[in-house]
Design a protein around this ligand. Structure first.
Ligand SMILES: Cc1cc2nc3c(=O)[nH]c(=O)nc-3n(C[C@H](O)[C@H](O)[C@H](O)COP(=O)(O)OP(=O)(O)OC[C@H]3O[C@@H](n4cnc5c(N)ncnc54)[C@H](O)[C@@H]3O)c2cc1C
Length: 381
């Protein structure tokens, strides 16, 4: 089987699976990676870009450079997947596959909240983060609100990191700024339990950041600079940073692969879908955990899932035994903005609850995160 392996998406999951498969398989097995964008972005660094510590060209790599490794890159929009005929329909023609890995990530839909696009800086895309950087440097002072519009969203720590980094940024510039994080969650990072959530709230509050939980946004009025919530409350802002609603990319929304909850159902250990020789990894998947919650959407999981899938596909093609399984392990650096970071790691598949440990913030973890960024952009390109 598998003369042609097609990978949809050149994000965190897609580039790892492409590299690993290329290394494991002989040249006559064709590997094609399709992405609508020309560049891979290392998303965690948007937080540093926001405060002027990175430029866009420092956190991106051209996907075309994968070709020098023997991975064919097709810069096209995926329009449809015809599972019956094993064909991907793209803006640049049809591509047939013997084996398919879908790693198209979660899309953001700011338009789902009336007023969001006009009022909020979208921290979750490159152009939004770049515009936010300008707004921050021009900001004279006042109320900054970081608004999480709905769950799930990518990287459960990112909005809290953004608030902490901004707090430190404004303190250094001696600007009179009040920061508030408003979220539908009860506590930050709810999947990992209340202990870590309370630690994050403590970090926020000890930096003077207000935490407002259990608030679901209804709409935003850009003229009045007011956010209206479903509980009737209104919150005023001078500068609004928004995490938009997330969902499957349009191409997967009406696809037979999309599950009841609007994400892709997979085997939690092998990432196989209901379709033969079709795998799904990363943010498009929905993986239930023993505690009734779902595996968070984070690059670390896309990465580890990609390694498992690449190993198993290569073993199948080469007729080797020894299947690997994704074990639910993950980790996360939590930037504080003052040259320190915290670090949480553990196993999300543990029963009855994930077993996650959080290390005290230190410079060590901050440098760990910066080194990881360099390693990532070197390793896969
Ligand atoms: C600000 C921020 C900070 C973050 N920090 C962390 C962190 O510290 N740690 C961590 O683990 N995670 C972090 N994340 C989350 C992490 O970036 C994502 O979870 C990860 O990128 C998911 O990988 P993926 O391969 O599933 O999807 P993605 O990386 O989103 O890749 C999807 C790819 O598919 C392409 N695509 C989509 N639709 C189409 C289409 N129709 N046709 C062709 N191409 C298409 C996209 O262009 C994209 O390249 C952060 C995210 C953000 C926004």
């Amino acid at each position: 089987m598998s003369n042609r392996i097609v990978i949809l998406g050149g994000g965190a999951g897609g580039i790892v699976v492409a590299n690993k498969l290329r290394k494991a398989l002989p040249k006559h097995t064709e590997i094609v990676l399709v992405d609508k964008e020309l560049d891979h972005i290392f998303y965690p660094s948007l937080l540093w870009l926001m405060v002027g510590e990175r430029e866009a060209n420092q956190i991106q790599k051209p996907l075309l450079s994968l070709e020098k490794k023997g991975i064919n890159f097709l810069n096209a929009l995926v329009q449809k997947i015809d599972f019956e005929n094993r064909t991907v329909l793209t803006s640049k023609g049809d591509v047939t596959y013997d084996c398919l890995i879908i790693a198209l990530g979660a899309n953001t839909y700011p338009e789902k909240i009336p007023g969001f696009s006009e009022a909020a800086y979208n921290l979750y895309d490159l152009s939004g983060a770049e515009r936010l950087r300008e707004a921050i440097s021009d900001f004279g002072g006042g109320r900054v609100v970081v608004l999480i519009s709905s769950t799930p969203f990518k990287c459960p720590a990112a909005p809290y990191e953004a608030a902490l980094i901004l707090s430190s940024y404004f303190k250094q510039r001696e600007k009179n700024v009040e920061i508030e994080v408003v979220t539908p969650e009860k506590l930050p990072m709810p999947t990992v339990g209340p202990e870590i959530g309370k630690k994050i709230v403590f970090l926020l509050q000890s930096n003077g950041i207000k935490f407002t939980p259990e608030h679901n946004v209804n709409s935003i009025n850009p003229e009045k600079k007011e956010i209206e919530f479903q509980n009737g409350r209104k919150i005023f802002y001078d500068l609004l940073i928004g995490i938009p609603p997330h969902g499957l990319p349009p191409v997967l929304q009406d696809s037979p692969i999309s599950g009841r909850n609007g994400w892709v159902k997979v085997d939690p250990r092998t990432l196989e879908t209901d379709f033969e020789n079709v795998y799904a990894i990363g943010d498009i998947t929905e993986i239930p955990l023993p505690n009734g919650k779902f595996l968070p959407k984070a690059g670390v999981f896309a990465h580890f899932q990609a390694e498992v899938v690449a190993h198993n596909i290569a073993a199948k093609i080469k007729g080797e035994s020894g299947i690997k399984e994704f074990e639910g392990k993950g980790y996360c650096f939590i930037e504080l903005g003052d040259g320190r970071a915290g670090y949480a790691s553990g196993n999300f598949y543990s029963e009855p609850e994930p077993t996650i440990k959080m290390r005290n913030p230190s410079m060590f973890w901050h440098w760990g995160k910066a080194l990881f960024e360099k390693w990532w952009l070197w390793k896969w390109f």
